[in-house]
Write a protein that binds this ligand. Sequence first.
Ligand code: WA2
Length: 281
Amino acid sequence: LKEKMHLRRKETLASMCDERARMLQDQFNVSMNHVHALAILVSTFHHRKHPSAVDQKTFGEYTERTAFERPLTSGVAYALKVLHSEREQFEKQHGWKIKKMETEDQTLVQDCTPENLDPAPVQDEYAPVIFSQETVSHIVSIDMMSGKEDRENILRARASGKGVLTPPFKLLKSNHLGVVLTFAVYNTDLPQDATPEQRIEATLGYLGASYDVPSLVEKLLHQLASKQTIVVNVYDTTNASAPINMYGPDVTDTGLLRVSNLDFGDPSRKHEMHCRFKQKP
Ligand code: WA2
């Protein structure tokens, strides 16, 4: 009987965990598709229409009104690819300077408004944000290539033509760990088999979405009214020997554990959901 009870408990935990993992993965996938569609919208109505039909006001309104299509995201933004030779002309045209993301004092950067951020130092190229959803307006004019995680995402997105994810890191103006999803925008319809060099050459900009994981997973799990029953953790397990806890308490518990796989659509990153019962049998 004891064995039967144990088996039953194990199955219950597994099905609860799998259901939650699938919900999170599905919502992530839905929002990823909509971020992809936004990249196509910018390509069609900003880059391919002359004059452009998109400005900050239009982008801000459209992304705010369609926010319901992107569950789990805290905001979307569009950064332009600007070569150093184009910087002066770009800054004159926009009436502001390209800003650097990191200041000497990392604790201060969270409180910085674009006005008191340092100008970006000389680089081969930059990725200043020109359009943003209201919720992330603090990143307008910041060079996204001046942040390590954002930079690596931009380089990988444009060379691959796929949506790519950062590892979890502390987003600007947020106290939580989050991830950024990036799609490159190109100036031509590239063939499926285009080389990375062709893709880099054809790149015009980067459409990105930020995910504030803890508050958004919390919201999702809240809808399921299971919080009295199980404890949920979400990990980035890309580096199997050093998993990063993205959501949930630090655990030392050695009781019954269910690990459900999470596929967030970027094959170079791995994620898992870990579930445990709150109460011992
Ligand atoms: N968006 C919001 N908050 C952030 C952030 C970010 N990146 N990076 C750090 N905190 C415009 O990939 C291009 C968005 C980057 C896209």
